[in-house]
Design a protein around this ligand. Sequence first.
Ligand code: SF4
Length: 324
Amino acid sequence: MATIRHDWQLAEVTNLYELSLNELLLQAHTVYRQYFDPNQVQMSALLSIKTGACPEDCSYCGQSGHHKTKFTKESLLSVAKVVECAKAAKAKGASRFCMGAAWRSPPEKDLPKVIEMIKAVKALGLETCVTLGMLDEEQADQLKTAGLDYYNHNLDTSREFYANIISTRTYQDRLTTLENLRKAGINVCCGGILGLGESLTDRLKLLIGLANLPEHPQSVPINQLAQTPGTPLENAPDMDEIEFVRIVAVARILLPKSVIRLSAGRHKMSDSMQALCFFAGANSVFVDDKLFLTANPDCVDDNQLFAKLGIQPLRSELAPISES
Ligand code: SF4
């Protein structure tokens, strides 16, 4: 059984990444089978509950108020609208419903409404996840009391590259919110984005940063930059497909029990590339045709792909099949 480690070093992770692709895939797939059924993929759906005019300046994001993009500010959705979207997501096969708000941190006046949304979505039999920006301990406790299952808060990239991408918060701010979530007992969804202009070392340090947290995040989204017109990264080149697959494989080896999700940028991936990612250990995707506000394959494409690969889309929670 692969050991759950929190002491990964750059040299050994670099050696893993540099294995022949076949050797790396074999190692990753072997670890994958120890904890998961490799023919099951968990389906999540995502809804933007408050769009645009975010005070943060993330270079990749069309919702930042610092960039001139096509996204205009929309107020917080009503609970009724969120429930309607959650029902539709459930009908399309989602088992988890993620709600995202473009905030630096949740405003005091809006948190009670988000809590109502969490309770209403849970009542539909869906797992809940929210991403609302930075949280203090009290806010994390409030969300836990509301019954929240997961909170998404990405490390984005390496500590060293972080300031190249975001200037309005620090890597340490992210770690502090992650600590508040752990203290509150909320499952953590935490990953990063590839293709921001970072080096290979930054990509591996992102994975090491995730693996060396006091607890591995239960969910790890691996995003590929979806270039958004009007953002500083609108012309960033797409990353190499095999390099992306290698990162997924290394993530699986470092994070054996985490659910690894192909997230933003999946609309650019060929069926073959996705198949390699599933073999390497990716076992979750977003359904529906929007991922926050960027393109995502629609569920018809996904159903065809899963049928071709013999993969069962899961309508229930995906948990590791054994503990260690
Ligand atoms: S990624 Fe999130 S925090 Fe950053 S600008 Fe976009 S909505 Fe705001």
